[in-house]
Design a protein around this ligand. Structure first.
Ligand code: GCO
Length: 263
């Protein structure tokens, strides 16, 4: 039934890095659509705060504190999720780290950390989720890509390398897992005002104003702007969509932009 296209009743959804910002906004969207949400974080206070927020809104939420780059911890916690809550129906691979440093100054250690969190760990979590979904012949995996899956910006080289790789990993997952009725897609946020973009998202910061010029919508995005895309890719509405990156960017990727004088 059309009215049920976006109904997630009975679904179990894991959102990594879901304790704040875009991750928490998407987690709430799935919960309001009926899903039982599982929020992963690696900061105890933030995880507790996120669960308290969900409970205050009468949303079913469980918290799992683990480092997504620790293979043993991932295996232990994904097994516990399956045993205690049930096999996952939906995964939003959202956890990320960002270090804005010019490549010439990037330490190898920092570069490795950014790629490890933003790409390697995404594979690790998705592989464990797919192991739960394949036997059920049903599942939804959403990998959080970025404008940096398509574009460079100075000081974001490590992040772009990882997010570009995540775009291709998404397509590769679709290639291998779509036959099990698992839909694997990505969401590419534009410039969204969050803790992660904090310093550059402040009016008066040259990058803030540059982004406004480069965004046809003429504004920075809000975490809530991602909720519709997350719900679409987590629901029956996207059962024949696979390997796609849905950019929620206010039109940024559609244009060269226009000089601020024309606004
Ligand atoms: C930056 C931003 C980007 C983010 C943005 C676009 O420093 O340019 O943080 O790297 O990914 O949200 O997706």
């Amino acid at each position: 039934m059309i009215k049920d296209l976006f109904d997630l009743s009975g679904k179990k959804a894991l959102i990594t890095g879901g304790t704040h910002g875009i991750g928490l906004a998407m987690a709430k969207a799935l919960a309001y659509a009926g899903a039982e949400i599982i929020i992963n974080g690696h900061t105890p206070e933030r995880l507790e705060n996120a669960i308290n927020q969900c409970e205050s809104e009468n949303l079913r939420a469980a918290g799992f504190l683990f480092d997504i780059t620790d293979e043993k911890a991932v295996f232990k916690n994904m097994t516990e999720i399956a045993d205690k809550i049930g096999p996952l129906d939906i995964l939003i691979n959202n956890a990320a780290v960002h270090k804005r440093i010019k490549l010439i100054d990037y330490s190898f250690r920092d570069f490795q950390e950014v790629v490890n969190v933003n790409l390697n760990a995404q594979f690790l979590i998705a592989r464990e989720a797919a192991k739960m979904m394949i036997p059920k012949r049903q599942g939804k995996i959403i990998n959080m890509c970025s404008m940096m899956s398509e574009l460079g910006r100075e000081t974001t080289g490590a992040y772009a390398a990882a997010k570009g790789g995540l775009k291709m990993l998404t397509r590769s997952m679709a290639t291998e897992w779509a036959e099990y009725n698992i839909q694997i897609n990505g969401i590419g946020p534009g410039y969204i005002k969050t803790d992660a973009t904090g310093p550059i998202a402040e009016p008066g910061n040259p990058i803030h104003d540059f982004i406004i010029d480069r965004t046809p919508a003429g504004r920075w995005g809000r975490p809530e702007d991602l909720q519709g895309a997350a719900l679409f890719l987590a629901s029956k509405a996207s059962d024949y969509v696979n390997g796609q990156i849905l950019y929620v960017d206010g039109g940024m990727l559609a244009t060269l932009g226009k000089p601020s004088t024309s606004r």
